[in-house]
Design a protein around this ligand. Structure first.
Ligand code: SAM
Length: 269
């Protein structure tokens, strides 16, 4: 029998060590890419990592000399981050609307599709107006996420189960993932069934990302007083081939990942 968990629960974000095992980043590529964006655009040292997850990117930015706050909705993630990736200050906040003070950060980073947990227009507005309040004049928003435009016309990516497996602490975990498009809500819905060779019951989990399109994102950012400096599909930390130091941003926005750097031009009043 497959047990279905409530949509608020997530096997990976409830198990930070499993999350890092499933999505390893031993070379801290995501953190290095974010630091490169901050450096190229001359950001100050105060950084908020919104949706910091296990804290590995926040800790990388801390080691690079930034004064970092990591924020997440998951207490489990925050506890893991405090224990395993010390340095940053970690606190609980909701990206749909947060108030950590006005003009107190030089940059907000939001990595690995966390921004796409803003499903509705109100949640996107809440996130961007919170960023605008949090950022000092000239502050940056650096984000990295799946690209909604990539799914336009590429129907082979949808409705077909894709299998993956990885070993963690002697147990083989297998997942079967099916993506579907909810056109009405403009969401990419994911159903993932987990099995493990330790005899545990299969678990079915459902989650969703906002299908956010590059031109829509430009419009939203402009409406919130943010000017786009970079918006492209790579190279980035999760592209193939991946980004490395010295590579400059591209111009297209067609492939699976979208990379954003935007600057506050009109701070919140
Ligand atoms: C895909 S993980 C990315 C984690 C981290 N940024 C990384 O790149 O490894 C998404 C993270 O967003 C967090 N999250 C989901 N919804 C959130 C919300 N409404 N507010 C804050 N964090 C949220 C999850 O708990 C999870 O840690």
């Amino acid at each position: 029998m497959t047990s279905t968990t409530a949509s608020a629960r997530n096997l990976l974000t409830d198990n930070p060590e499993l999350y890092e095992a499933r999505f390893p980043d031993p070379d801290r590529l995501a953190g290095r890419w974010a630091e490169d964006c901050l450096r190229r655009h001359g950001a100050g040292v105060r950084v908020l990592d919104m949706g910091c997850g296990t804290g590995r990117d926040a800790a990388h930015l801390h080691r690079a000399g930034r004064r970092v706050t990591g924020a997440d909705l998951s207490e489990t993630m925050l506890a893991h981050a405090r224990a395993h990736h010390p340095g940053p200050r970690y606190l609980r906040a909701d990206l749909h609307g947060f108030d950590l003070g006005q003009g107190v950060f030089d940059a907000v980073v939001c990595l690995d599709s966390t921004l796409l947990y803003c499903h509705t227009n109100d949640q996107l507005d809440g996130f961007l107006s919170s960023c605008r309040r949090a950022l000092a004049p000239g502050g940056l928003l650096v984000a990295e996420m799946r690209n909604g435009a990539h799914f336009l016309g590429r129907t082979h990516l949808l409705d077909t189960p894709a299998a993956n497996e990885f070993a963690w602490r002697g147990t083989v975990h297998r997942s079967t993932t099916t993506l579907t498009v909810d056109r009405t809500a403009q969401l990419l819905r994911r159903t993932r069934v987990w099995t493990a060779d330790d005899g545990s019951e299969p678990v079915e989990q459902r989650s969703a990302w906002r299908l956010l399109f590059p031109q829509e994102l430009r419009h939203l950012l402009a409406a919130h007083g943010l000017e786009v400096l970079e918006l492209h599909d790579g190279p980035g930390p999760r592209t193939e081939p991946p980004w490395h130091e010295g590579l400059l941003p591209g111009r297209a926005a067609d492939a699976d990942r979208l990379h954003l750097v935007a600057r506050v031009t009109a701070p919140a009043s």
